[in-house]
Design a protein around this ligand. Structure first.
Ligand code: SF4
Length: 182
């Protein structure tokens, strides 16, 4: 039996819906873990790479410097990098702020928000907090991405077919109805 392929996954500026969609493959997970092992991933709670990965799956784009650092680390530690879902591919919903000046955005979120305490409003800042970027960056604008799996989230079927194609080297066609760009 060939050695198991190693997979890492990460959620950057996303809602975790794409990871939930990975879990939607349900019983096929039993087949999947015969073929792969998961390394760094929220699914394993392994927070740093303990071995080089064959495949890295990225959910979400980059909204802060920590996202950029994590993405670069995935590029270094994974042979194949996959953008999973619209947030990773195009910025997704978080990119709605791309047309708004960053300070205006922070002002609206922290100073003008109705729940702020009058006289006590502040924009959070601390050396330990990640620095917010001027806009949301899709992953391929930061590092080379090898494959894109569209959808918000991509459905379990397209995730399963794409993953098995990557793992086994087959190129099974993904039926058009599974490709959703919304
Ligand atoms: Fe969530 Fe959709 Fe973004 Fe996936 S693509 S992280 S489901 S908003």
């Amino acid at each position: 039996m060939p050695p198991k392929r190693v997979i890492g996954t990460i959620s950057l500026a996303g809602c975790f819906g794409c990871h939930m969609s990975i879990l939607d493959i349900d019983l096929k997970f039993l087949e999947l873990i015969e073929l792969v092992e998961f390394n760094r991933s929220p699914l394993t709670d392994i927070k740093t790479f303990t071995k080089h990965c064959d495949i890295g799956i990225i959910e979400g784009g980059c909204c802060n410097d920590e996202n950029v650092h994590t993405l670069i680390s995935f590029r270094k530690n994974c042979d194949i990098l996959v953008s999973l879902g619209e947030c990773a591919i195009m910025g997704g919903l978080p990119a709605l702020r791309n047309k708004i000046d960053l300070y205006d955005c922070l002002k609206e979120a922290y100073l003008n928000v109705p729940s702020s305490v009058p006289g006590n409003q502040m924009i959070p800042h601390h050396p330990d907090l990640p620095k917010i970027l001027d806009r949301i960056y899709p992953c391929h604008e930061i590092v080379k991405i090898d494959h894109f799996i569209p959808g918000c989230p991509p459905c379990d079927e397209i995730i399963w077919k794409s993953l098995t194609n990557l793992i086994t080297g087959k190129s099974e066609t993904i039926p058009y109805p599974f490709l959703k760009y919304d």
